[in-house]
Design a protein around this ligand. Sequence first.
Ligand code: ADP
Ligand code: MG
Length: 261
Amino acid sequence: MGGIDIPETIIKAEGVLKVYETEELKVNALNSISLELQAGEMVSVVGPSGCGKTTLLNCLSGLDSVNAGTIKIAGEDISKMDDTRKSAYRARSIGFVFQFYNLLPVLNAQENVELPLLLARVKPEEARKRALAVLEQVGLADWRCHMPSELSGGQRQRVTIARALVNKPAIVFADEPTGDLDSKTSREIMDLLLDLNRCEGTTFMIVTHDNELADRTRRKIFMKDGMIVEDKRNQDYDFTCPAAFSDARLAQKDFVSRKKA
Ligand code: ADP
Ligand code: MG
């Protein structure tokens, strides 16, 4: 196509509705959400507490089902996947980073990062090698034998980021990844996520209530009452593409075409 790089759509949501119903009340947590995410994008999602940010991530990642609308990942409708396929898809294609680390306290940093690989039946030796490589990438190689309780909050969050990335997922969902950190450490974690996006081409969707952090992403989605009220792109964004980026883009395209096949 004349050498023009056409972005690949990783996620496409259309008319998504999510209702939580309890005996006393009914909450429209997501109210007609439509959105598209391209491979390599970094998007922040902001909005007041209770506006549906976590619900959005849970639905887009297939952790939670929707009441209406469709969510397609690389062209495939997740509501039509059976549970086995959905779990396999989550294990291979999605990385998660939560506010409170969710590290296993009895495993050291490296073992925590190896775990998703071992669950995906990667050989132990290979798992060790890959875990070490990502730990190095997040600046924690020297801390690999430490237990989570021996690490600072920022270091623990680096371990969870390494764990989310070790499978080379097509997309990483992060829900308030800096919510439990002081502002200096938050900025450092955001620096790391931005570097990984720019240098590795990893697609990120990051929920935060910190506007200063959200302003550093190229695209910012504002939510209110279960709806997207604004979808803003930062035109002045400094988007340099180091050489490594194209490799990662190729890997993502490969993922997309495998899904289509
Ligand atoms: P945010 O992450 O933006 O703070 P959430 O997505 O957690 O918001 O919640 C959106 C709305 O859905 C809120 O009104 C919340 O109370 C409601 N909600 C979330 N999860 C549940 C649930 N499991 N059961 C009932 N209501 C829920
Ligand atoms: Mg939330």
